[in-house]
Structures are given as C-alpha cells and as structure tokens.
Design a protein. Sequence first.
Length: 458
Amino acid sequence: MMKKQSNILIVEDDVSMREFLSDLLTSEGYKVDWSIHGADAKKKVERKSYDIVITDVVMPEVDGVEVLRYVKEKSPDTSVIVITGYSTLKQAVELVKMGADDYFNKPFDNDDMLLVIEKALRRRKFLKDSEGFEEILEKPDTFPEIIGKGGALQFIFEMMKKVAKTDATVLIQGESGTGKELVARAIHDRSPRSSHALIPVNCGAIPETLLESELFGHEKGAFTGAIVRKHGLFEIANDGTIFLDEIGEMSFFLQVKLLRILETGAFRRIGDTKDLSVNVRVIAATNRVLKSAVKKKEFREDLYYRLNVFPIDLPPLRERKEDIPLLVEWFLKKHKLTEKNVRVSDDVLEALSKYSWPGNIRELENVIERAAILSPGKDIEVDYLPVEVRYSDDSTLYGGETYDKPFKQAKAEFEKTYLKKLLEKTSYDIAKASKIAGVTRAYVYEMLKKYNIDYKKK
Ligand SMILES: Nc1ncnc2c1ncn2[C@@H]1O[C@H](COP(=O)(O)OP(=O)(O)OP(=O)(O)O)[C@@H](O)[C@H]1O
Ligand SMILES: [Mg+2]
C-alpha cells in the first residue's frame, strides 16, 4: 500500500552494507537514495522530503545521533530508523527516546528488516493521525511490574508509553509465556480507560458458537438454551478495553463480525434485528505469527491490517537471557521467598542461563516456585531444578572436566546423564528407552534405582 510511494534515504558508511540495503529496498519497490556520511545526509534531507531515513549509528564525524537530531528538526514527519550493532542496542533505545521510530540490529534477516520498516511506517502514521490526543492525562511512565533491562524490552516500554495514551488497536505477538497479557494489562492501566474494565477473552479456549454469544451476547430465545437475554463482553467492556487473547484461533465467521465492530463500533446480539454500538478499545494477542496465518489463508488479511495498527513483538526469553537474574529476584519476591531469605546459587543461575526456555518467562517462574517448594527455607540448589534445565548443556557429558576425574566416577556421571536425557526423550517410557539403549528393561530399572532417578515423573 503506502510502501510503494515511500522515499527512503540510507545513511551508511560501510559500502557493502549500503549497497545491500539499497538493492533490497529497491527490489521491494521503495525509492531509495543513499549517503556515505552524515554530512551528505544532512544536505539531502534539506533538499528533499523523505518518508524514512535509515541511518547507521556509528559513523566518523557526523554520526547517527546527529543525523537523527537534524532530521527531526528539519523534517519532523520523517521516520528515522537506526541500524545498530548488538553492542550499541542500548544506544539505539536512547535514540528511540530522542525520536527514532525503530531500530534493527546488524546482522539482520532481510524479512525482519523489511518488517521493521513496515511497522515504523504504520506506527508513525498512526501517531500522526492521533496527535493532540496525547497528554490527556499524566500516568506514570514506568513499568515496574515488567522486568527487563535489556534493550529489546526498553524499546517495547517506549512503544507502550506512546500507545497507552491513545485508543489504537494493539497487536501483541510473542511465544507462549513471554508476557503478552502482562503487557496488555500495563497498557490498559496507563490508558485514559483505566478507570473502566479490561475484559480478557481467550478466543482459543472457547468453542466458536459459545464464543460468539460470549462476545456479542444474545436475545432471549435466539437459540435453544437462550432462556434470557445475555449481554456480550463487548457491551460489558464499553468505555474500557477488551483483551482478545489467542486471536489467531478465532474462526473465519467470527473474524468477520470482529472486523465490523472494529470498523464501525457496531455489532448485533445473536437473534437481534438491530445494531448496537460500543466504544471499546481492542488489544489482541497471539502466539502464532499472524502474518504467516494470513499467507496460509487461515486468517483474514483485512482483519490482520485492522488489528495490526500498532504492533508490539515480545522477544522469547532465550533472546534476552541477560534478564534472567533480575527475573529470578523478582519471582523470589513475588512468591514471598525473599522474606524467607531464599537465595539462588551461582550454579543455579548458570544452569538457568544455559537452558533454552521454550515456555519462556512463565516456565522460569514455575521452575523457581517449584525449586523453592522442594528446598523449603533453604537456598535453591541445582539439584532442585528440573532435569531438562539441569542438563540442558552437554558439557557435563563431553566437557574437558570429564577427563580430570577417575574413570569410575566419569562413567557413573555419564550413565546418569545419559539415562535422564533418554527418559526425557522418550517421555519416561521405560520400554522405549530400553529399546533405544539396547539393554533390558530390568537393567534400566536397576540404573534408575542406582542413580536415584525419579522415573514416575510423567
Ligand atoms: N517481563 C516480565 N517481568 C515479570 N514477569 C513477567 C514478565 N513477563 C511475563 N511475566 C510473568 O510470566 C507469566 C506469563 O506471562 P503472561 O501470562 O503475560 O504470558 P503470555 O504471553 O500471555 O502467555 P500465553 O501465550 O501462554 O498466554 C505471568 O505470571 C507474568 O506475570
Ligand atoms: Mg496469555
């Protein structure tokens, strides 16, 4: 849509990077100019109006910070995206505070980068349209209940602050347990609607027919069992916010009804003949990548664009491991364990940082809680972590330390780890495990006993 007419200026001193970006964006249909240094960029910005300026941060003489400052002064409507190496991520966030619209990290994936551009354009357009709407009320600008000191989270906080003051539809995407609901609540709590309700609905957990009457309500006698009139959640959420969780699971039929309410604010109770209208802000969340669902024709494209007015993507925990120690502290406090002086050892922190956390922050929280229960009143030791966390790292199997030990001990350690991993892989199916290991079941049981492994786990 908007992208085809967009003028982009690339400011990058590195030749190969500049040419690469320029080719990529040109092939995507953008109109591209480039500068090899900041001073030239300033001249170009003075002469021509750009929709987006993409600038490297670290450049000799006139750097990305100066380019940003200059662009925002001369042409406030231009979006600025900064390119940053991992080490300068923190600085990128500072730049976002100064007015940059987004950033991407080097090295980057082509699709990711194109997405960042698209998103920056969309957010920018939205914030421009809703200018003057901001500052209606002063709400605290921090998010103490959301832990994250890494750049990725800091950037998300900036976005949350901006969007909280508005009525924009927000689409939060992230794997399971990354904090989507937490973020949704934080936005609502800091919005002008905070004195009204936030109504959460899990669209994945409720069958289609039931979901329809939950969301939109029904008239008395609309269907068998509809003994009384029922108000839908959209009515109940009037003047507040509705949180549509797992929106990716919503059926096509309901997607149409949702699209209508988003476009017009109007809907109809089941069995009713007239429209009702509501004033509800929608925050949607999904752990699927909605764009791929659209490509597979499983999700309506028009609805996707309606929802994706202001996208927020939560990173998986494995990409923000620097936050693990803080999160652990936080969960100890949350579950009142610090009061009991429960602490975690360095070994535990090390094990936690090696694990890949498929269940993300929720899984981490569960692990800490469980370990605290298993070691009442004591510090949490590695032994109290679940097997998969304890042995996520193969160095116990093949690491250098193995060779400093007596053979008997190394062999025993190997056997124990081998068995645990095997059991995890076979979901604690002893028959399967013995088959893979090529030993009898009796032998497996013997080893389990010898190493004190709890095989009734699942
Ligand atoms: N950054 C964070 N700081 C502190 N706690 C967090 C953070 N992110 C998530 N949590 C906690 O982790 C748990 C899971 O978060 P939440 O329910 O928001 O995840 P979700 O993305 O909605 O997961 P799902 O997709 O499974 O519904 C909650 O207890 C939440 O408070
Ligand atoms: Mg959730």
